[in-house]
Design a protein around this ligand. Structure first.
Ligand code: ZN
Length: 179
């Protein structure tokens, strides 16, 4: 369905000074919280993922719905949570440790015509295309889980020829998490 992400792609320019990602999650959250000039939106519960304030509000609203749905799925369906545990990660903790950032303008103009989000393997940051606001909550939740699996260490075809394709990962998430 055209949802894919690249991993470890040099096209992505990291916002300078934002954070040094710690793929274990907690360190990254701490790094963000203490970085000068960077503010984060902390939701009602302290364990919510971080949506950067530069993410447009309508995109943030869709992300919020997607994160809630994704969290519900990993909590309710063991087969969904097992996607993470098979990588040695805890599903809920991994979802909670993601930092969502807006896709860079150059990616919005090009890559985002074909993808909805991207990240790097092991990276707690997920860059989100504004187009995600146009898909269903279920599709957006699939993106959230797909990218979180990369955070947990799942690689993807392209860099890793033995890995699953992006479409295959989506299919797996769809089946296991009933999305
Ligand atoms: Zn991917």
């Amino acid at each position: 369905m055209g949802i894919r992400s690249w991993v470890a792609c040099s096209v992505v320019v990291v916002s300078s000074g934002l954070l040094a990602a710690d793929d274990r999650g907690e360190g990254a959250v701490e790094a963000v919280a203490t970085s000068p000039g960077v503010t984060v939106i902390a939701a009602a519960t302290r364990t919510r993922p971080w949506v950067h304030p530069t993410v447009p509000s309508d995109v943030a609203a869709k992300l919020g719905a997607a994160i809630d749905l994704a969290s519900d799925r990993v909590a309710r369906f063991p087969a969904c949570a097992d996607l993470f545990s098979s990588l040695g990660a805890d599903a809920t903790r991994t979802l909670e440790s993601v930092l969502y950032l807006p896709a860079a303008p150059e990616n919005e103009a090009e890559a985002c015509r074909h993808i909805l989000a991207h990240t790097f393997v092991g990276d707690s940051r997920t860059w989100v295309c504004s187009r995600i606001k146009e898909v269903t909550d279920s599709q957006a939740a699939m993106v959230v889980i797909h990218e979180a699996l990369h955070h947990a260490g799942l690689s993807e075809r392209g860099r890793d020829r033995r890995a699953m394709t992006s479409a295959r990962i989506n299919e797996m998430v769809s089946v296991r998490c009933r999305l």
